[in-house]
Design a protein around this ligand. Structure first.
Ligand code: ADP
Length: 164
């Protein structure tokens, strides 16, 4: 049984993330989308909200599940019996940080491999950060995120106090 972990903040989950999940699901027996607690990053959505949005977005894919984790990724991978970690690469600008992260994870645990996957080219400009920015400014994000995320963004932004 080949299990891969796809970790991230997923604040919120986008069509770019979903594209990577589809690709990984063809290569592995089981893909676990692991939502990192990452409170330090000051996420817009709570951990439970992010998990619920991921779960909704991966519905119908039999070999994909979602979970949350806190602490060291390599420890979580071992705990779930995973062999590898998937990370998405959109552009050369992602490379430096991802390379550093992958080598550090290897130092921490040699058994865990990191696999990089490229999304469909139309998603290379997409990030959770940019989606939040567009939504905050009242733009249409329906082609960038799953339908459930469009509504969640609308509700979350409407519930936030406006800056003077
Ligand atoms: P993190 O905070 O860990 O970077 P993100 O939720 O931003 O988490 O991203 C999780 C993973 O998905 C990262 O490897 C990131 O590079 C990748 N990713 C994010 N957006 C896209 C996209 N549009 N296409 C492909 N991969 C993406």
């Amino acid at each position: 049984m080949r299990t891969v972990i796809y970790p991230g903040s997923f604040d919120p989950f986008t069509n770019g993330h979903l594209d990577i999940v589809h690709r990984a699901a063809k290569l592995f027996d089981h893909v676990i989308v692991a939502v990192a607690k990452n409170e330090g990053k000051g996420p817009l959505f709570s951990l439970d909200e992010r998990l619920a949005l991921v779960r909704d977005s991966i519905k119908g894919q039999a070999n994909v599940t979602a979970d949350t984790f806190d602490g060291l990724l390599v420890d979580y991978v071992e705990q779930r019996g995973g062999q590898a970690v998937i990370r998405g690469l959109r552009a050369v600008s992602d490379f430096e940080f991802e390379f550093q992260l992958a080598l550090m994870n290897r130092k921490l645990n040699e058994r865990v491999e990191t696999i990089f996957m490229m999304p469909k080219d139309t998603y290379t400009f997409l990030s959770s950060r940019i989606v939040k920015e567009i939504a905050r400014l009242g733009g249409d994000v329906s082609s960038f995120v799953p339908a459930r995320v469009v509504n969640a963004l609308r509700e979350k932004i409407a519930s936030q106090p406006k800056n003077p």
